[in-house]
Ligand binder design. Structure first.
Ligand SMILES: Cc1cc2nc3c(=O)[nH]c(=O)nc-3n(C[C@H](O)[C@H](O)[C@H](O)COP(=O)(O)OP(=O)(O)OC[C@H]3O[C@@H](n4cnc5c(N)ncnc54)[C@H](O)[C@@H]3O)c2cc1C
Length: 496
């Protein structure tokens, strides 16, 4: 059976990345179909942490208020050695960080994914079909054909059509295969056992996340939300990984913290943590987002965050192309901007991985001596600039703008037209007087905002006019109408 309907975008995979992208595309009015081979939501938590930038993306999807009651601002993360020495520390979350939200949150992944999926019900233009597996992907000049099979009834194959296909289909992506190009291996592959429990008694466990850097058995402990607690336990040379999953073994591993009469096992699973990055994120009408494009070991809790950032970066560009507002080559900036950004997080997570995954006692002793000498190192939230693309690259262009509160108490983004370029300006009248500056702003369909509370913010940027992209990264800065008129928007795909 072939389907006649041509969708703007077909998203393969309704994990957190696909669900986030679908919410953004829905809000932008794109005809979007999302398929997933699973019959419904997987009740298997993997991610437990996200940061303030990701919460801001949820805010811009209109879902922050829905999510907030189920989140817990993080109580920090500590890397301690076998003797209890604090080597590295990410401090407890500031309740209002630069993104207008707590700097770090803990969450229960099925709660989050459930809310993202329910969020899709708001959009008549978004359709979700569970139980469909993409089997092959074929590109034509103006569209892509995706052959899908039902995972519920054999033989019920059909072909779906879309102008753009985004592979949010995780680590074993079929879209990545269709795009081709090597998968760069950054070198970390390590098996870990993940155990989730629900407390049935009050137990004195740490509030912060603790990375126990014990060379005899590295372990991560996470106080997730409510009565949920997580242990991630490194599989050591000589372990029989399958045997570790047996309840007696699990309780023996958890014995330093908790006994069987204090909690019930919710689930246990083996994962191999990887550090991989796809070398091509776009080929024609095919794009990758999330774990299909990059996989990171979870020592910073940033794998899913990278997927949500991908969605925020890609959604407005796809919308601009579908609406005919920007040339297709703007989609190339998705990879050039996001790949180095994602890579920086992976490499940082790998450096932390080297610290916790040290199993040679002699190497661990040298590590411990170094930290004892140098003192505790603080882990600060990374917020690197994106790579070159749809921004000028000058000064702070290419970095994520902070989100101040305005004079009426609202957060900045709530006062801006959602998913549109925004111009924050201290001197709107100077731009009105310049037809060339006005033409640039009209071409980008910017919404303009002047507010007394932005005075210091603009001063800190060193500019009178700051152009924010729909994903709230800084696109360009200017101090005069002439500078606005010369912003290189044609190079971003917005020619006149
Ligand atoms: C133990 C552990 C802890 C982690 N902790 C954190 C953390 O604290 N913070 C964080 O940010 N990240 C964390 N991560 C990483 C995070 O879980 C992943 O990066 C994230 O889930 C990736 O989301 P995704 O939507 O890109 O891919 P996935 O979640 O893998 O979703 C892919 C979806 O695509 C579907 N699919 C695949 N192939 C097809 C096909 N051919 N046809 C149809 N459907 C298909 C699948 O069914 C699935 O639903 C952790 C990971 C692990 C393993």
């Amino acid at each position: 059976m072939s389907q006649d309907h041509l969708h703007d975008v077909l998203i393969i995979g309704l994990g957190p990345t696909g669900a986030a992208l679908a919410n953004l595309l829905g809000a932008m009015g794109l005809d979007t179909l999302v398929i997933d081979r699973e019959p419904g939501l997987l009740d298997l938590p993997r991610a437990v942490h996200f940061d303030g930038e990701v919460m801001r993306v949820f805010q811009n999807m209109g879902l922050a208020a829905t999510l907030e009651p189920d989140l817990r601002p993080s109580s920090g993360m500590q890397y301690v050695n076998a003797q209890g020495l604090l080597m590295l520390e990410r401090k407890a979350a500031a309740t209002q960080g630069p993104q207008g939200w707590a700097t770090n949150y803990l969450f229960h992944q099925p709660d989050l994914e459930g809310a993202l999926r329910r969020g899709l019900d708001r959009f008549g233009c978004v359709k979700v079909r569970n139980g469909l597996e993409a089997l092959s992907v074929t590109q034509h000049a103006d569209e892509v054909a995706v052959r899908v099979g039902s995972t519920r009834s054999a033989g019920a194959d059909e072909t779906l059509r879309a102008r753009w296909v985004v592979g949010c289909d995780g680590a074993r992506s079929i879209v990545r295969e269709a795009i081709g190009g090597p998968l760069h291996d950054l070198g970390l592959h390590q098996e870990w056992l993940v155990v989730d429990v629900e407390l049935t008694a009050d137990v004195a466990l740490p509030q912060p996340t603790v990375q126990y850097c014990d060379p005899a058995r590295p372990v991560t402990f996470v106080n997730v939300t409510g009565r949920r607690r997580r242990w991630e336990i490194m599989v050591m040379p000589g372990d029989n990984p399958q045997a570790l999953l047996e309840p007696d073994h699990l309780w023996a591993l958890l014995a330093p913290w908790i006994r069987p009469n204090q909690a019930k096992l919710v689930r246990s699973a083996l994962y191999t943590f990887h550090s991989l990055i796809a070398s091509r994120w776009r080929a024609g009408r095919l794009l990758l987002a999330g774990d299909s494009a990059h996989q990171t070991p979870p020592f910073l809790g940033q794998g899913m965050c990278a997927g949500i950032r991908d969605a925020a970066n890609l959604a407005w560009k796809l919308a601009a192309v579908v609406r005919g507002e920007a040339a297709e080559f703007i989609l190339d900036s998705y990879e050039s901007e996001r790949l180095p950004h994602a890579r920086e997080f992976i490499e940082t997570a790998m450096r932390l991985g080297e610290i916790i995954q040290t199993t040679d006692p002699a190497v661990a002793a040298l590590r411990d001596q170094r930290f004892a000498r140098e003192g505790t190192t603080e882990i600060v939230n990374l917020s690197p600039a994106i790579g070159p693309g749809a921004h000028t690259g000058a000064a702070v262009a290419g970095t994520l703008a902070s989100q101040p509160r305005l004079s009426d108490g609202r957060l900045l983004d709530d006062a801006l037209a959602a998913h549109r370029f925004a111009l924050l300006t201290a001197a709107p009248e100077s731009l009105q007087a310049s037809p060339d500056a006005r033409a640039v702003l009209e071409r980008l369909k910017v919404c303009q905002l002047s507010d007394p509370a932005l005075g210091n913010w603009l001063k800190s940027m060193g500019a009178q006019h700051v152009l924010l992209r729909p994903d709230r990264y800084v696109a360009a800065l200017a101090n005069s109408a002439g500078e606005v008129a010369s912003w290189p928007i044609a190079g971003w795909g917005y020619s006149f």
